[in-house]
Design a protein around this ligand. Structure first.
Ligand code: B16
Ligand code: MG
Length: 219
């Protein structure tokens, strides 16, 4: 294993609550409707536009293209305001230690997040210099569950996806990693992330040796 492709939201930092909080506010302000907790899984790991499409489908609401674009911009404004207070304390348990372990073993690190706010968030977490590359989600043809962002992240560190592991908390993200041929490492619920080749219940359980061994096993 020569590289690791990191998801951001839900893996490196606990920003997923802010995403859904921002969607809830937007939908309340525009339609005076509430979003159920169960809908969050459909917005995890998928782009801003795909998230809004899933939400509007659930609510059975149609909007014009212009309103749609205005709503995604507004959601991002709320999200960015919520991120203002983000500090290294928002790095999820076990992640700093895992990153140190990877560094000790000369493993390259790339960000493979669907978020256009990736560089901004990494800067707030003081992790920007830790990563060798950040794949740009605006430059890939298709979002997760397509493999493109993981392929782009591997390419950005001059590796084939097969040489890497990808770490994800979302269903769409695990599918994307599997399609890229990197080793899929899931963080979260076993029923939800059943396609992950290796699973940890939460980030505090992430273990360098186990990831390395699982990678050796499939290669
Ligand atoms: P933005 P990840 C994803 O981040 C989030 O999980 C998802 O909820 C969000 O819609 C997407 O980024 C786009 O984020 O609106 O900031 O561009 O999990 O791929 O790191
Ligand atoms: Mg995620």
């Amino acid at each position: 294993m020569k590289g690791v492709l990191f998801d951001l939201d839900g893996v490196i930092a606990d920003t997923s609550v802010y995403h859904f909080q921002a969607w809830r506010k937007l939908i309340k302000d525009h339609f005076n409707r509430e979003l159920p907790d169960e809908l969050e899984v459909q917005t995890k790991g998928v782009s801003r536009a795909d998230s809004l499409t899933a939400i509007l489908n659930y609510l059975d609401i149609k909007v014009s293209d212009e309103d749609f674009n205005q709503m995604t911009a507004e959601k991002n404004k709320v999200f960015r305001e919520l991120l203002n207070g983000l500090t290294p304390n928002n790095i999820l348990p076990g992640i700093s230690n895992l990153i140190s372990q990877f560094k000790q073993h000369d493993i390259k690190l790339a960000l493979a997040s669907a978020s256009l706010n990736g560089p901004f968030i990494l800067e707030k977490l003081q992790l920007l210099d830790t990563f060798d590359a950040i794949a740009d989600p605006s430059k890939v043809a298709a979002g997760k569950p397509a493999p493109d962002i993981f392929n782009a992240a591997a390419e950005a560190i001059n590796l084939a996806p097969q040489d890497c592991a990808g770490i994800e908390d979302s269903v769409a993200g695990i599918t994307a990693i599997n399609r890229s041929s990197a080793l899929s490492v899931g963080v979260g619920d076993r029923d939800e992330l059943s396609e992950a080749k290796l699973l940890f219940p939460d980030t505090s359980f992430l273990d360098y040796e186990k990831i390395e061994q699982a990678w050796e096993k499939i290669n």
